[in-house]
Ligand binder design. Structure first.
Ligand code: GLN
Length: 484
């Protein structure tokens, strides 16, 4: 099946004229037809349009770019000209919103010849860790359809793991690329805040949101990052740090690398299989020439509480644009303007979005600002300091991505705080704006994927990818496929 190829494998075959872009696209489309009813990852696609685009690439006969003719799926928060984009929220779905502009990330990929197939599922406006808050229903885990694929980029991870595409785009605010990658056994990269552009990707919490890839291998992540990284005049928060040659950096040796194991990420009650897989992974890095060092990140225990003040505060402001006038669906016969706003927003938003708007509005209100929002910003600085201190003694930090393998569908239904606590290992890096890689590193006895997380200082993507690439070449976890 061609759709199971990686970017670099497919590129070699297209370049050697063994396969065409059209054949590769057909294979992805056939796979979507064959398996998506089981997992519900793809929420919109247009097969005709995708095939036309593939034919255009074939006519150009230019396969020098590693992304030329490579089909990908996009989380439903990236705006693409002429393609319905809903953030999996009724407020946009009911309006049949079709963006008149293109996100920088999809624009950069398309400029290199990559081919967009369509849209994949996410939690509503990316608020969640399971896609259970999506207006299209939950995405099921390709490894076990009674479980979630993770979230919020659950559709992106499930689609890659099920070979419905060659790679996908996700966004990571507090773990949304890394956790679903870990639940579905694929590679995912959260970039340094500002490494990739957020322009045209619908915002949840603007000081935390990042755009980034999910793929089948680390090499593929490097190829995608090369195309999407770098300053964007349309996003003032992108940095001018030079973009290195990520692919060339992959094969450098790990000898002398110091990897920290943070004691706060190995808690007494944690899942034993997850812990064992991470400790085994540490040994693999050791065998590759790295030194393993114990480190401490004492502020870890405050990260979730801090995030769930700051994130909703930013949500409450970002969601204001969905007022039924600028964006969002319309209601019939409102009594007055206030009634109009109330009905648009109560009908359009789901429970989790409403909860965050309320929490955030409260935290930002004049009477409580100092007690909650300002305090949380101060703690955020301490979390950054934790990592800065640790990176004076180690180059990278190894930890689990999530405390457990994929959750059962509905496991935390009605208990939002239990769901929030699942983000304990992915929120701190987001708060500090540092990059982190999620990679397959084992399976539980129930055959559920387990992922490792490597985090590095700001702009250390090259080093992260190098370490991940070396790990991948030493292990076979990333080659395992779900039976669908
Ligand atoms: N699960 C976290 C949340 O609900 C992270 C989501 C994300 O990264 N988009 O906020």
């Amino acid at each position: 099946m061609l759709s199971s190829l990686t970017i670099s494998e497919a590129h070699k075959k297209m370049k050697a004229k063994e396969i065409s872009a059209e054949e590769l696209m057909r294979s992805c489309l056939e796979r979507i037809d064959a398996v998506d009813t089981k997992i519900n990852a793809v929420i919109w696609h247009d097969a005709e349009r995708a095939l036309q685009e593939a034919k255009k690439i074939d006519q150009k006969k230019s396969f020098d770019d590693p992304l030329a003719g490579i089909p990908f799926l996009t989380k439903d928060v990236y705006c693409e000209v002429g393609i319905p984009t809903t953030a999996c929220s009724n407020i946009l779905r009911n309006k049949n919103y079709v963006p008149p502009f293109e996100s920088t990330t999809t624009k950069r990929l398309k400029a290199r010849g990559a081919l967009s197939i369509g849209k994949v599922n996410t939690d509503e406006f990316t608020m969640g860790g399971s896609t259970e808050t999506s207006c299209y229903g939950v995405t099921k885990n390709p490894w076990d359809q009674t479980r979630v694929a993770g979230g919020s980029s659950g559709g992106s991870a499930a689609a890659v793991s099920a070979d419905e595409c060659i790679f996908s785009l996700g966004t990571d605010t507090g773990g949304s690329i890394r956790q679903p990658a870990s639940f579905c056994s694929c590679a995912g990269l959260r970039v340094t805040y500002g490494r990739t552009s957020r322009f045209g990707a619908m915002s949840m919490a603007s000081s935390l949101d990042t755009t980034g890839p999910l793929a089948k291998t680390v090499e593929d992540l490097a190829i995608i990052l090369q195309a999407i990284a770098g300053k964007d005049p349309l996003d003032a928060t992108t940095g001018d740090a030079p973009v290195p040659d990520y692919q060339a950096g992959l094969t450098k040796l790990l000898k002398g690398l110091r990897i920290g194991l943070p004691k706060e990420y190995f808690l007494p009650g944690m899942n034993k299989e997850v812990e064992a897989a991470i400790r085994e992974s540490a040994k693999v890095f050791q065998s590759l020439g790295a030194t393993i060092v114990d480190v401490s990140l004492p502020m870890t225990k405050y990260a979730v509480a801090t995030y769930y003040v700051l994130c909703p505060s930013e949500v409450s402001s970002n969601m204001a644009r969905y007022d039924g006038i600028r964006f969002g669906h319309t209601v019939e016969k409102p009594e007055n303007l206030i009634d109009y706003y109330e009905r648009v927003r109560s009908e359009g938003f789901g429970a989790e979005v409403k909860r965050r708007i309320m929490v955030g509005t409260f935290a930002l209100s004049a009477g409580y600002f100092d007690a909650y929002y300002r305090k949380a910003q101060q703690v955020r600085t301490l979390i950054c300091k934790d990592f800065n201190d640790a990176f004076t003694t180690v180059d990278l930090i190894l930890s689990p991505v999530a405390p457990n393998p994929a959750l059962k569908i509905g496991e935390h239904a009605g208990d939002p705080v239990a769901m929030y606590l699942e983000d304990v290992f992915t929120i701190p890096q987001a708060m500090a704006g540092i990059p982190a890689l999620s990679l397959p590193c084992g399976f539980s006895k129930d055959n559920l994927p387990i992922g490792l997380q490597l985090a590095g200082p700001q702009w250390s993507e090259e080093l992260l990818l190098r370490a991940g690439y070396a790990f991948e070449r030493e292990t076979e976890w990333h080659t395992k496929k779900p039976a669908l």
